[in-house]
Design a protein around this ligand. Structure first.
Ligand SMILES: [Zn+2]
Length: 273
């Protein structure tokens, strides 16, 4: 069988995917969003970076990982007051994941990791893991945010007064390293934060109350932090150290009891495929 020259599924031929089934330990499912990122960054930010992160991880850790193409939409209701944002219903999101996992399981892959690039997907990603992880006949389903792994000391060193987390110095740093064409250099601006509004909410957030919270209520520009401070060096440090920790996760999982399912390459037929 042909030895794959890449482990990014959309660039592979089917004989390469068949060969990969013999060595791949974990299939990465990048998820993101198509949503506003202020005047700073393109709307594809979260899914483009999740996609490139997974491709980079699969390249660095070859032949152990297979990177699927990213799901370009997520849960973004809180950004819908800004033009261009698209959002999925939770049930659509879960059904998409189920069909993607079902397709790859049909081809003999049984271990999956959802790699998230958008904070708004977190709650549903946890539901997906609990629901699909138990219900589908697979050996492992986990989820993690690529931005929660790794060493963020260089990011902290450039952080300003306004907290980041969206269309900020972290995200522009990711772009300078992986996708510079997403950066709108000419309109990069400091994020905004309505301090009076945030102070009013604090007693509720301290009690961990949750409610639907449109982002334009506290940042009229749609951006937080300071995207002007992002650098390629910070982005490289964040992404590569995150992949270092992903490699640790892979090593841990190898020794976990649920890891020991049937060997790869064994085909399990699902009727619908
Ligand atoms: Zn983002």
């Amino acid at each position: 069988m042909s030895e794959p020259s890449t482990f990014a599924l959309h660039k592979m031929s089917w004989p390469e995917v068949a060969a990969a089934a013999e060595t791949v330990e974990l299939v990465l499912i990048p998820i993101g969003s198509t949503e506003q990122h202020g005047s700073n960054l393109g709307l594809g930010q979260d899914h483009v970076i999740a996609n490139l992160y997974c491709e980079r991880a699969a390249e660095r850790l070859a032949p152990r990982l297979l990177a699927l193409p990213a799901i370009p939409w997520g849960i973004s209701d809180h950004h819908m007051n800004f033009p261009g944002t698209m959002t999925l219903r939770p049930e659509t999101f879960l059904e998409l994941l189920e069909d993607i996992i079902g397709s790859m399981r049909h081809h003999g892959f049984r271990r999956f990791l959802i790699v998230n690039g958008h904070g708004g997907n977190r709650a549903l990603m946890s539901v997906a893991v609990q629901d699909l992880g138990f219900r589908l006949d697979i050996d492992f389903l986990g989820c993690v945010g690529h931005y929660t792994l790794g060493d963020d000391s260089k990011l902290k060193a450039i952080a300003g007064e306004i907290p980041g987390g969206h269309a900020c110095e972290m995200e522009s740093s990711h772009d300078y390293y992986l996708a510079p064409d997403l950066i709108r250099e000419e309109t990069l601006t400091l994020g905004t934060l309505d301090k009076a509004f945030m102070a009013m909410l604090k007693p509720l957030t301290d009690l961990e109350l949750e409610w639907p919270n449109a982002i334009n209520a506290h940042t009229p520009s749609g951006a937080l932090g300071d995207a002007r401070k992002g650098t390629r060096d910070v982005g490289q440090s964040l992404i590569e150290s995150s992949i270092d920790e992903l490699a640790e996760i892979l090593d841990h999982l190898r020794h976990s009891p649920r890891w020991n399912g049937p060997p790869h390459g064994q085909v399990h037929v699902i009727d619908r495929y």
